[in-house]
Write a protein that binds this ligand. Structure first.
Ligand code: EPU
Length: 339
């Protein structure tokens, strides 16, 4: 296993932040993990796992070892008339796997096209977009247990998936390293185009017969029109989660702001688009030195080039304060801030 020193993380985080890790190791197999977590030489070094670097914000150089997850492979585990169970190595690129599934005619992930990052990172925060969440197609995963070196299997219910949440962000945080993710995809897919913008885009595209490919392409078109391409402008997608408030509180907000959007979740709670709250506070398209708020989606903070992680954190705190002052709502960060 190759261990590199003074490793530049700039190409490995989608914010494009110019930071360095003391050490970097590429994980290509389970044995690499055993070596790093059990051998005396590396055991006590602080470590972090990096997938595609699409959901992290480095505030300074990383004083430890970055483990770049590169376990690869796609394997069909079971195939029936209606569905197929497929195993993906944690280091596979998420979007490439979606494209592969669409090409094979396996449905369930097409709405999740063009999400940056790796397969292994997807269950961590139950990725979701355009009316679909990972939990709907997730079967199980395999993970390396750091304490014991065992491989442990987590089934769907074990992961306790919620909105941008799994146990790996809660009680099991930093205890496991996901090595494989098994998804159950459909051979007789039902299309999910309930999310408004998909329908509109399919119409604009002139699509007459729905297919996995056309839905995937519609999602790609929407994302490309709203979200900046990290290759051009550094960003990590949505910086905050959409907050959930009590219905009574939402009703009182609506009395004051009659056009506030909200999605009633149940008898008790309503989800409010953070992008709207931030937009109302006047942040959209604002630039402060080399960092700012994207001009087409207020939930996306950007590094225009040469920005520092700390500047993005300061901007995010200013946004949190103004949303708190105007709406009495706390915005929780979605991106993992590393300091
Ligand atoms: N809106 C504004 N101003 C804006 C943008 C949006 O007022 O600048 C309002 C509009 O009312 C719009 C609503 O916010 O209808 C929701 O906007 P959008 O459809 O763009 O979705 P979002 O809630 O901002 C979430 C996910 C995205 C995902 C999209 C589509 C979170 C934190 N974000 O964004 O996920 O792609 O829905 O499903 O849940 C990500 O997690 O990195 C991400 C990009």
């Amino acid at each position: 296993m190759l261990v590199e020193e003074n490793f530049s993380l700039k190409p490995h985080n989608t914010f494009g932040l110019d930071v360095i890790a003391d050490l970097k190791a590429s994980i290509e197999r389970i044995d690499d993990l055993s070596e790093l977590f059990q051998a005396d030489k590396y055991r006590s070094i602080k470590k972090m796992i990096l997938g595609g670097g699409s959901n992290v914000l480095f505030t300074r150089n990383f004083l430890g070892m970055v483990l770049k997850m590169e376990i690869k492979g796609i394997e069909i585990l079971e195939e029936g008339d209606d569905s197929v169970l497929i195993s993906f190595g944690a280091g596979e690129n998420w979007h490439q796997c979606v494209m592969w599934a669409v090409e094979q005619g396996y449905g369930g992930v097409e709405n999740l096209s063009l999400i940056p990052g790796t397969i292994g990172a997807a269950p961590m925060q139950n990725i979701g977009a355009y009316g679909v969440e990972l939990k709907e197609i997730f079967h199980s995963l395999e993970a390396y247990e750091i304490k014991t070196g065992r491989i442990v299997r987590f089934f769907n219910e074990d992961c306790k998936f919620g909105y941008r949440y799994s146990v790996f962000k809660g009680p099991q945080r930093d205890k496991y390293i996901i090595t494989k993710v098994n998804l159950r995809l459909s051979k007789k897919p039902s299309f999910n185009i309930s999310y408004g913008a998909i329908n509109e885009t399919l119409e604009e595209m002139g699509v007459e017969r729905l297919s996995l490919k056309s839905i995937s392409q519609a999602v790609i078109n929407i994302r490309q029109s709203k979200l900046p391409d990290p290759a051009q402008v550094g960003n990590a997608g949505s910086f905050f989660k959409n907050p959930v408030v009590e219905n009574t509180y939402f009703d009182s907000l609506r009395a004051a702001f009659d056009d506030i959007p909200g999605y009633r979740l149940d008898e008790e709670f309503t989800k409010v688009p953070a992008a709207w709250l931030i937009d109302q506070c006047g942040w959209k398209g604002k630039r402060f030195g080399n960092v700012g708020v994207h001009d087409k989606q207020a939930l996306v903070l950007v590094n225009h080039g040469g920005g520092k992680g700390k500047e993005i954190v300061t901007l995010s705190q200013d946004i949190q304060k103004s949303v708190q002052n105007t709406f009495g709502i706390h915005l929780e960060t979605e991106v993992n801030i590393i300091d």
